[in-house]
Design a protein around this ligand. Structure first.
Ligand SMILES: NC(=O)c1ccc[n+]([C@@H]2O[C@H](COP(=O)([O-])OP(=O)(O)OC[C@H]3O[C@@H](n4cnc5c(N)ncnc54)[C@H](OP(=O)(O)O)[C@@H]3O)[C@@H](O)[C@H]2O)c1
Length: 315
């Protein structure tokens, strides 16, 4: 595995992080038991990963707690999140809810501190409330040593143009941000990454593959939708193997490999999260992320093909 520094946190983190949410939730969504899900966590650690992202709402903190049992705590970087309640169209999570959530996460993870504690899926309409009501509580928890660093994750499905993060990057208290980005929706390149780099905010990336980039069939469905919305020119894509050029001559072994490699080498990205319930996929993705960047010509072509896309997530 290769390592990098997570922005101003100074933490040394593997370039691949284990994402314990998404459609797989370590396989729990496909019927795996918690012990089997813990096995996926152990397999990730065996591959040399030290970065794990989970959340109270995923139902995977318990599996992470089991999977990391016996590992030296200082050898791990754990990110988890407080789920946010919205009522009548606005955020209603209180400081007390936040502290209760934090204590419960510590218990499930069987640890006495969390490296990166995030507000989960904050909407731009709720940003000011979160800053006034919740950020001081996070800062206090950091002073008490219960959390080491303060993070925020965007609600990418609702905000594929990063409206909340565009506000957040102007403030100085966020140490880590989770950003949606993939080879189709590259909007964060202009609206988020220059600012996070300037402020040394660590970036964990989500949605590199999600559903749309899993295979050519799901990609084709997504492209049909994008063409209907006028965001791409369908004639520029092969009808059977859209983006097949990425694989020509063995340049990339699969669409998922190309998708993860594309994200890893985007300037400003620190950790690429990989969500999976499959140890085989985990191994393939670790190999993919350690390969060199895609050829510069292919990256340029992807930028041109998807230049007008703003509302795609791949969900
Ligand atoms: N707002 C938020 O805070 C937020 C929102 C979404 C996600 N996240 C975090 O970001 C992480 C990453 O997002 P994600 O889970 O959607 O991850 P992703 O890595 O973009 O996509 C994962 C999907 O791709 C499949 N996959 C992975 N490797 C594959 C391979 N080699 N071949 C074929 N299919 C493959 C997985 O299915 P298999 O299980 O079959 O491998 C899974 O369905 C989440 O796990 C979570 O930790 C945070």
């Amino acid at each position: 595995m290769e390592f990098t520094t997570l922005g101003k946190t100074g933490l040394r983190v593997s370039v691949m992080g284990l994402g314990c949410g998404g459609h797989s939730r370590l396989g729990l969504s496909q019927g795996k038991t918690e012990d089997e899900a813990a096995g996926v966590v152990r397999a990730a650690l065996d591959l040399g990963l030290n970065y794990i992202d989970t959340a109270e709402v995923y139902g995977t903190e318990g599996a992470v707690g089991k999977g990391i049992a016996g590992v030296k705590r200082e050898d791990l970087v754990i990110s988890t999140k407080k789920g946010l309640k919205r009522e009548n169209g606005r955020l209603s999570t209180t400081s007390t809810d936040l502290l209760e959530g934090l204590e419960a996460s510590l218990k499930r993870l069987n640890t006495d501190y969390i490296d990166v504690y995030n507000l989960h899926g904050l909407h731009h309409q709720d940003y000011d409330y979160a800053v006034t009501e919740l950020v001081p509580t996070l800062q206090k928890a950091r002073e008490q040593g219960k959390i080491r660093h303060i993070g925020v994750t965007e609600a990418f499905v609702q905000e594929p143009r990063h409206e909340m993060l565009e506000k957040a990057v102007k403030d100085d208290f966020w140490e880590v941000m989770m950003v949606g980005f993939n080879l189709v929706n590259q909007t964060a390149r202009n609206s988020v990454f220059p600012q996070t780099q300037a402020k040394q905010i660590g970036v964990q990336l989500m949605f590199a593959v999600r559903r749309a980039l899993k295979n050519f069939e799901t990609l084709n469905e997504a492209l049909e939708e994008l063409a209907r919305q006028g965001e791409i020119d369908r004639a520029e894509f092969d009808s059977e193997k859209p983006l097949g050029f990425l694989l020509e001559g063995g340049k990339a072994g699969s669409l998922t490999e190309a998708a993860y490699r594309f994200c890893r080498y985007e300037p400003g990205v620190d950790v690429v999260l990989v969500g999976t319930g499959s140890v085989d996929h985990l191994k393939a993705n670790a190999e993919a992320l350690l390969k060199p960047p895609l050829p510069a010509g292919d990256v340029a072509k992807l930028k041109q093909l998807f230049a007008r896309v703003t509302d795609f997530t791949g969900n």
